[in-house]
Design a protein around this ligand. Structure first.
Ligand code: ADP
Length: 221
């Protein structure tokens, strides 16, 4: 059970909300699962700490559930844009610290941003970008974009880097990228030192400008 026991609520138990709810519950967090569809709610009795069948645009009903005391509330209502916007507004009025909201399209995304949703996700769109990156770069396992220019990627060290120290590999001088960590099986070497050695198959967590990272992938691995 996580030590810092945050409280989560998920509104809308479709594919997106349902999967968040199950995973949070699986991770040991307290999750309140909400949907207006009774069948959906029944389905989640074993995948949530508590369930409630309400229409989330009903302000009184939301208040009676004490949602103002939750740390994170996810609004995972997809198709009903009006319901998603209204629910998000009410939650922010209730001072929920962090409201995540799922957007159906870029206009929906803009509205959610404007009315104060703290995090807006557009799962199909975001996943499309990830898939395109993974398809075009066979060496990158995962990545986080820090800005339009800078990114952190996970790559496997190849034979080229086997048994080389960070100094020998000359990665920073050649490509201008920084190895933030080296992961070998379950061991993670965070902020590795110049004399630490890389082995083939190590996972390298690398930070740098996108152009430099691509050059490192193409020439350094
Ligand atoms: P996904 O694309 O992630 O599967 P859906 O749009 O299919 O998402 O599912 C959204 C869920 O939100 C449905 O289960 C629906 O019953 C629920 N929902 C929609 N409007 C409301 C509302 N006003 N209050 C509570 N739940 C709602």
């Amino acid at each position: 059970m996580p030590k810092n026991k945050k409280q989560f609520a998920v509104i809308g138990l479709g594919r997106f909300g349902g999967s968040i709810c199950r995973e949070l519950y699986h991770l040991g967090y307290e999750v309140l699962a909400i949907d207006q569809d009774e069948e959906k709610v029944d389905e989640y009795v074993t995948f949530a700490t508590q369930t409630a069948c309400i229409d989330s645009t009903d302000e009184k009903a939301l208040k009676s559930l004490g949602l103002g005391n939750f740390d994170h509330v996810v609004v995972a209502i997809g198709d009903h844009i009006q319901a998603s916007v209204l629910t998000t507004l009410v939650l922010k009025d209730m001072n929920v610290p962090i409201v995540w909201a799922k957007a159906q399209n870029k206009y929906h995304q803009k509205v959610l941003d404007k009315i104060g949703a703290d995090r807006v996700v557009h799962p199909e769109f975001d996943m499309g970008i990830r898939v395109a990156h993974n398809m075009t770069s066979e060496k990158v396992i995962d990545f986080i974009d820090l800005s339009n220019d800078y990114t952190i990627v996970e790559v496997y060290a190849t034979k080229k880097l086997h048994r080389k120290t960070l100094i020998d590999s000359n990665i920073r001088a050649t490509y201008g990228v920084t190895i933030l960590a080296i992961k070998r099986n379950e061991d993670v070497n965070v902020s590795p030192r110049p004399n630490d050695t890389i082995e083939q198959g190590d996972m390298l967590i690398v930070l740098g400008h996108k152009d430099e990272i691509r050059r490192f992938e193409n020439e350094g691995l």
